[in-house]
Design a protein around this ligand. Structure first.
Ligand code: PLP
Length: 439
């Protein structure tokens, strides 16, 4: 760790960012990365366990973990060895099936209680896209229902009302320019955790809905825990109208429990999307669900849904997934990250109180967020929209100067991995104590 009074070295990072801006729009691979991390201007070149090393040789404890996939720690030896072995056998056949593909599909079916069949793809957005197409084909309907504050990827069907500015809360708010109006018009949005609003929209649209999609714990806005009443209403309403219930477990799946949020909250969705922690950072994702929906993608004469992708089921991702799932199930990963998560949350809450900052610490298991200027348990997007963004950015800057790295985006979250330790927590809380006293 560098002494916090020594300025972090960033000269090489800054030079690289400069070059990057010439050839990459915004100077980062996604707008969100650009928006979240500039003017941070740190470029990283390597990672191991819970540590990121910048091109300037500075080391940071990583709470970003690539937006969440790294559940076991960076460069986990067994996962990387599995991926290397896959490379030695050839990474892509694109023909019929293979033992690895069948094995990982069987594993997911065993682990996720609602899932009977699985199709692989490479990203969470692909998985939610496929799920919605399956649901539309099954019902013959076009409209889907999502919840304010839930993110399901970048495509036109769902990139709506994730982070609406305060003046657009309660409206259908497209997050990007260039979206197809018909897609936006066919996506209905209601508040999360509001059974009455859900019932109301189901009265009007229940019979012309193709699907209801949600993050069971919306971590895209920190952490909103679902109420039992809301989950009951979701199941009852989707059953009553025979509308597929789609669980987007891209964050929750395999990070919080080997059995997903569906196992944790005892809900039986029709379709499930997983990605991120499935492969500990390797690009692998899946859509799975009930046979009645999934079999539509069977490619025989009785079915008509196309699920396609040249790289779907590539062996690098699948080998990483097989090994990650094995470790997650056997090695007490979730107990470790959950216990750590609880101790970070408790320590931080005490610090907020000690320093008299209005705010709260939210989260679930290995995920936590500090939200300034808002109090009480958040249940829906309106409970977080007014948070103090500037103060969070100042906190993130102070922590970054002390070598703790997480996104300065105030709506996002910290992640923990199996590689984080009690010492990391002690250091984080000691440094947070200083930063919070300066804020
Ligand atoms: N669904 C959720 C809940 C996510 O958090 C994300 C990404 O952050 C996605 C879907 C989209 O996944 P990807 O970025 O892999 O396309």
């Amino acid at each position: 760790m560098t002494d916090q009074n020594t300025p972090r070295r960033t000269a090489r990072s800054r030079a690289l960012v400069e070059r990057s801006r010439t050839v990459i729009p915004g100077g980062a691979q996604t707008g969100l990365r650009a928006q979240a991390f500039y003017p941070t201007e740190i470029a990283f070149e390597s990672a191991k366990d819970a540590t990121l090393t910048s091109v300037d040789g500075e080391q940071y404890t990583d709470y970003h973990l690539g937006f969440g996939p790294i559940i076991l720690g960076h460069r986990h030896e067994a996962v990387d060895a599995a991926a290397r072995a896959a490379i030695d056998d050839g990474v892509l056949f694109g023909a019929a099936t293979s033992p690895l593909e069948v094995e990982v599909a069987e594993r997911i079916v065993e682990l996720l209680p609602s899932v009977e069949q699985v199709n692989f793809c490479n990203s969470g957005s692909e998985a939610t896209y496929h799920a919605i197409r399956l649901a539309r084909a099954y019902t013959g309907n076009e409209k889907i229902l999502k919840f304010e504050g839930c993110y399901h990827g970048w495509h036109d069907y769902v990139d709506i009302s994730v982070y609406p500015p305060e003046e657009h809360v309660g409206e259908r708010y497209p997050e990007s320019d260039g979206m197809l109006e018909a897609a936006v018009d066919n996506t209905l949005v209601v508040p999360f955790n509001d059974p009455d609003a859900l019932r109301e929209v189901m009265v009007e649209h229940g019979d012309d809905l193709a699907g209801v999609i949600l993050e069971p714990v919306p971590h895209s806005v920190g952490s909103l825990l679902p109420t039992e009443a809301f989950l009951d209403a979701l199941e009852a309403e989707t059953d009553a109208h025979d509308v597929p219930l789609i669980f987007d477990e891209v964050i929750t799946g395999f990070r919080h429990s080997p059995h997903g949020a569906q196992g944790e909250f005892d809900v039986d969705p029709d379709l499930t999307c997983v990605a991120k922690a499935l492969g500990n950072g390797y690009p692998v994702a899946a859509v799975g669900g009930k046979k009645k929906l999934m079999s539509q993608a069977g490619g025989d004469n009785t079915s008509g849904v196309i699920i396609s992708g040249t790289y779907s089921g590539n062996f690098l991702g699948l080998a990483a997934a097989r090994e990650t799932l094995r470790i997650i199930e056997d090695d007490g990963v979730q107990d470790h990250v959950t216990d750590l998560g609880e101790s970070y949350r408790a320590g931080l809450s005490d610090l907020l109180e000690d320093h008299g900052h209005e705010g709260r610490v939210v989260g679930h298991r290995s995920i936590f967020s500090v939200q300034f200027g808002v109090t009480g348990e958040p249940r829906q997007y309106t409970d977080i929209v007014g948070l103090d963004q500037e103060k969070f950015r100042a906190y993130a800057k102070g922590m970054r100067e002390r070598n703790h790295f997480f996104t300065p985006n105030p709506f996002k979250r910290h992640h923990l991995s199996f590689a984080h330790t009690d010492d990391d927590r002690t250091q984080y809380l000691d440094d947070a104590d200083e930063v919070l006293s300066d804020l």
